[in-house]
Design a protein around this ligand. Structure first.
Ligand SMILES: Cc1ncc(COP(=O)(O)O)c(C=O)c1O
Length: 430
């Protein structure tokens, strides 16, 4: 697989290089030179495969001859060892539940696949994974790499801007997992990661790679669950399918659009955001004007400078799709809470991110369409807001209950690259 740097077309890398490097020169994202496209016969056949077989084919088609099919299958088997569920909510709407993995969020798919791939390609070379999280990536990556020899993981997260249960899931591990609460928002954390990748000396000393959705292996892994969702739907519901994606950094939506580009029949995608609405405003007014990030109930989507957007633009250009084919919508906290109550009255407990996606889907779905909204996290991860909005007390799943009792090991830093650099050189010893 060949990929090029969206900021510098002259830089081309292999899949393995892209996974190891994370970002290209000038902080450019890597994007495939060619996108695979399935014909109708292949698509029908693949939709009949089981999840593991189909996912191995999808990923192998991208990776090409850099990794034997059997090796990809091995990674997929180890990474995707938990189910995903399409749960019907109304006659023409279902929730795609992506939170049945070990850290109870959709990030388990990408984080665990990336860990498998890195373990294979890095062999005995020591590496350092540096990543920013708005809440859920941190846990998925930390658990996927916990205890691995030769891998140090540094996770930056915005102090007091993730839920305490999200924090407990990844900041109580210790050993090779170093967590830093940054005095700032997620965009500040993301900027620090980019600055680190621009620092050639630091990159060399620490052998830095990134686990954010800027890392292509995570994005490719996420394509697989869109195929599985369609495969689980009865054939008559696949024809007019609309998928609503709760979006922050836009990695999840990018993966869905890759699936569509491969030939998965999706009539329309909806980019659903909270009031951090840089993309919806861009789509309606044509101007890219990020505002100051605002804290919301759907905190993992509190992003005003979404990293993956250039990939979506590149994909639309490659496919010759028009940007106005992309649906969008914005939901504020008041409406998010109301929507969670509306879903509860239908017998479905949702957390704020899934509720944002449902709201816009419900409002925009036409009579002849079938809608899927992505439920990206387990409601218990947002227990505090779910309990108070729905006036109930959600039980904690075992994984979370165990962690909730442990002390936090996090460090604290201001959003200052010089201090972060010092910290990394001191704490990440080889
Ligand atoms: C629960 C949840 N929903 C939605 C999102 C947004 O996903 P993306 O950043 O891929 O747009 C995140 C990302 O952190 C998340 O954790």
């Amino acid at each position: 697989m060949r990929l090029y740097n969206l900021k510098n077309q002259n830089q081309q890398v292999s899949f393995v290089q892209a996974v190891k490097q994370g970002l290209g020169l000038q902080q450019g994202l890597f994007f495939p030179l060619n996108l695979p496209k399935l014909n109708d016969e292949q698509l029908t056949k693949w939709l009949q495969y089981d999840f593991i077989t189909r996912s191995s084919h999808i990923l192998s088609t991208y990776i090409g001859d850099e990794m034997p099919f059997e090796q990809v299958t091995e990674s997929v088997k180890k990474a995707f060892n938990f189910p995903l569920v399409v749960r019907p909510i109304e006659e023409n709407i279902a929730s795609l539940e992506l939170y049945h993995g070990p850290t109870l969020a959709f990030k388990d798919f990408g984080g665990r696949f990336m860990a498998q791939i890195l373990a294979q390609i890095a062999s005995n070379e020591p590496i350092t994974i540096l990543t920013a999280t708005s809440g859920d990536t941190g846990a998925a990556v930390a658990h996927a790499f916990y205890g691995l020899n030769n891998v140090q993981v540094i996770i930056l997260y915005p102090e007091n801007k993730i839920t305490s249960l999200q924090e407990k899931l990844f900041c109580t591990l210790g050993e090779n997992i170093h967590t830093i609460a940054i005095n700032g928002d997620f965009d500040d954390c993301q900027t620090l990661v980019k600055q680190a990748f621009d620092d050639e000396e630091l990159k060399r000393i620490l052998c830095l790679t990134s686990a954010n959705s800027i890392n292509i292996s995570r994005l490719l892994a996420q394509i697989c669950y869109y195929f599985e969702a369609v495969a689980q739907l009865p054939v008559e519901k696949r024809q007019q399918l609309v998928i609503s994606v709760p979006s922050g950094n836009f990695g999840n939506l990018t993966a869905g659009l890759f699936a569509k580009a491969m030939g998965l029949p999706v009539k329309r995608f909806i980019a659903a955001t909270n009031v951090n609405d840089t993309v919806p405003r861009y789509l309606s007014e044509g101007q890219w004007l990020p505002h100051q990030t605002i804290a919301t109930l759907s905190n993992a989507m509190d992003v005003s400078q979404p990293n993956n957007w250039p990939r979506i633009e590149a994909l639309f250009l490659y496919q010759k799709w028009a940007l106005d084919e992309l649906g969008y919508g914005v939901v504020d906290d008041k409406m998010t809470a109301k929507t969670m109550q509306e879903l509860a009255s239908k017998g479905y407990i949702s957390e704020p991110h899934g509720a944002v996606a449902y709201r816009i889907l419900r409002d925009q779905l036409q009579d002849d369409e079938y809608g899927l909204f992505l439920s990206t996290a387990h409601p218990a991860k947002f227990k505090q807001s779910v309990d108070s909005i729905l006036a109930k007390s959600l039980p904690l799943p075992t994984a979370l209950a165990k962690r909730a009792k442990l002390p936090l090991f996090s460090h604290q830093l201001p959003a200052d690259f010089v201090l972060l650099r010092k910290f990394l050189l001191k704490h990440v010893t080889r």
